[in-house]
Ligand binder design. Structure first.
Ligand code: ACO
Length: 432
């Protein structure tokens, strides 16, 4: 809704433009600058998009100063306490909580899309035994466009629907196949009598010779982590999915682009980096040394799992995960986990350090998630893959919202060119 105008004046007062201001349901207003170049021949400059809204969205709202995260208006704390991942997936995709029938239908559709085309399973044999699971995940998801041709028409509502169910259902199967490849075990097929997280644990830890008993606390922990990772508005990987998708590419390619963006240590790769950092720190006596490294501008080391582009307050997801982390470790009889103790001490030291206080650096969602995954027996290299399973729901919801938006345009940022002005080509003989 346009409510006001913002008047922009040049410094000498010779130029001025009225820009419409739009208000959302909650949160800061936005100044619509889309006519700025056409009318005044200037661009805006906002590296990292810190002040730029790239789209209208009804999916997720974050207030980083207050530590608020809402999925379709519902506080994530309430969903974490009372809902479950499949219901949250429905909510993010369709905008409302489902009734019993809708939930049963959705859940059954996800269950019945978990198998992979056998040809795709053979791809895994081509990867080196030590290939990173994120490399396998992005390659396999990208290759889905070579198998599932019936869902390539992005203009078909039906095809988009099947794609959404298919990719959410198959991500755990692909993740499990990547895991089995790294540990040299045969692939274990999904079972339709199991729920989403139970099935994932079954495919990871059963072997053809023996079914692994499924631990209900592990199921509860995974379900919670997937809820908390399901969406986070226009983060780096989601914006990547939107940007790739804006060209009209097929949805599997757009999601594969998002997976690649998630892998980086400044984003989803941080959960893996946190665990490696804790292992490097090794013991409480080294904490001060690493805190000093994190504060030293000449040292590239950063305290992994600390800081967030949007939250300048405690990440609400980190609070919930911290509790679950204790529950999992208590249940596993590892109350005295040295890694958890180290993490708690590190958190305490950082939260009381003036550098972290002044810069509003708090633990983020990844600070504790890795410790939970490790306690569940999931190897460190799989942590970002686990994040991707939950986040796929958000990527799909945003991709669908973007495709259905009639005002959608290809994403095409501009730049401030700082290279050479125009010059003439010089033949090789005349160059110094
Ligand atoms: N350790 C030490 N210093 C830090 C850290 C950190 N983890 N994070 C930020 N800072 C400092 C920066 O050096 C900068 O200092 P300066 O103002 O003196 O230059 C200041 O805090 C602001 O940091 P920016 O990098 O400008 O903030 P930005 O919003 O661009 O970065 C990011 C956010 C990338 C998450 C950053 O905090 C970081 O690298 N954290 C560690 C990696 C991490 O945990 N990532 C996971 C994010 S959550 C997710 O994606 C699921």
């Amino acid at each position: 809704m346009t409510k006001d105008v913002f008047i922009l004046n040049s410094s000498d007062g010779s130029e001025s433009i009225e820009l419409p201001v739009e208000s959302g349901a909650i949160g800061p207003d936005v100044i619509d600058i889309s006519k700025l170049y056409e009318e005044k021949n200037v661009f805006t400059y906002d590296p990292g998009f810190v002040s730029t809204a790239s789209c209208h969205s009804k999916i997720t709202y974050i207030d980083g100063d207050e530590g608020i995260l809402l999925y379709r208006g519902y506080p994530v704390e309430q969903l974490a306490k009372s809902s479950h991942f499949i219901e949250v997936a429905y909510l993010l995709l369709y905008g409302e909580l489902p009734n019993k029938n809708l939930l049963n239908d959705f859940s059954s559709s996800i269950t019945h899309h978990t198998m992979l085309n056998e040809g795709m399973l053979r791809f895994f044999n081509g990867f080196r035994y030590d290939a990173h699971p994120m490399a396998m995940l992005s390659a396999i998801v990208g290759s889905m466009s070579a198998y599932y041709h019936d869902t390539m028409d992005i203009n078909s509502v039906h095809a988009r629907e099947i794609f959404a169910h298919r990719i959410i259902a198959k991500l755990p199967t692909i993740a499990a196949a990547a895991y089995k490849h790294t540990v040299g075990q045969p692939f274990v097929y999904p079972r339709n009598d199991l729920g989403y997280c139970e099935n994932l644990l079954h495919m990871f830890f059963s072997v053809p010779a023996e079914n692994q008993e499924i631990d209900p606390v592990a199921v509860e922990a995974l379900d919670l982590l997937f809820i908390l990772h399901a969406d986070h508005e226009q983060n780096c990987s989601t914006s990547t999915v939107r940007m790739a998708g804006s060209s009209g590419t097929n949805p599997y390619s757009a999601i594969a682009a998002g997976i690649s963006a998630l892998w980086g240590p400044a984003h989803g790769g941080a959960n893996e980096a946190v665990l490696r950092m804790l292992e490097d720190i090794g013991s409480k006596k080294n904490i001060q040394k690493y805190i000093a490294k994190a504060k030293n501008k000449d040292d590239p080391f950063r305290l992994m799992g600390f800081g967030h582009r949007v939250y300048k307050n405690y990440d609400p997801r980190a609070k919930i995960i911290r509790e679950m982390c204790h529950k999992v470790l208590n249940q596993k009889g590892r109350n005295n986990s040295p890694l958890l103790e180290l993490a708690i001490e590190l958190e305490e030291v950082a939260l009381n350090d003036p550098y972290f206080i002044e810069k509003n650096l708090y633990p983020n969602v990844d600070f504790y998630s890795g410790i939970i995954y490790q306690a569940l027996g999931i190897p460190t290299s799989m942590f970002t893959v686990m994040f991707a399973i939950g986040r796929t729901v958000g990527w799909v919801a945003h991709w669908r919202e973007m495709i259905a938006d009639p005002s959608g345009k290809i994403s095409r940022p501009r730049q401030l060119y700082t290279g050479q002005p125009e010059r003439d080509y010089m033949s090789l003989d005349n160059r110094a």
